[in-house]
Ligand binder design. Sequence first.
Ligand code: KIV
Length: 263
Amino acid sequence: MAVNVNTLKKMKDESDKITWLTAYDYSFASLIDKAGVDAILVGDSLGMVMQGHATPVPVTIEDSCYHTECVARGVENALIVGDLPFGSYQLSKEQAYENAVHLMQAGAHVIKLEGGELQVETIRFLTERGIAVCAHIGLTPQSVHKLGGFKVQGRGDSAQVLIEDAKGVQAAGAFAVVLEAVPQTLAATITELLDIPTIGIGAGPSCDGQVLVLQDMIGVYPKRSPKFCKNFMQDAISIGGAIEQYIADVKSGEFPAQEHSFD
Ligand code: KIV
């Protein structure tokens, strides 16, 4: 059955772990969809794993729309999450609306953007106009140069900032929030505090769901993958099998393990 935002909320309420994976093309999107992943994120990580850049910063809205179109042709059931790339929504809420519409016309069901409190006005503007928004807080890769690298966020005093970010995006109408590279205890606190699902990547096992970049979880990205990734091909005989194992391990709580989490 087709997954929608209500499905994800129900899964949180029933403590049924949510699975997301990234995809950028028709064939992998189809494989991931058939394996039963709940949502496919056409992430701006495409800048790194598809285009070979060092960061997602060079990705354009045209790139995102192109890959969203390719993915959409392969998906029957999964929720398709389009990612607003760097520079496509920060200027104004009107700019965000215009580019969110482009992504949805390319086939995204919902959109994701990076930021907490600073994006509250934009999230409210989009949701009031019929666009379901997933926020992304913690390590926000589009700000990598401002953050000084791909580093864990929310340690020490900044934990409270992330808690306020999470509460702010929920109040603005976000349907979910991605927590990237944050200490597992902080992610557990945020997950407990929020009514909307938290989707973790490097945020420990307590999140309502998990997301990984496909190329990391099948071990084909030639550069070093972050500590929070696991290569599911190590014990699998096919890519489909690796994806099924990822789903099973997220559902059972086996992934992420302590070795993939931060304190
Ligand atoms: O672009 C992406 O793939 C993402 C995930 C890492 C959450 O934003």
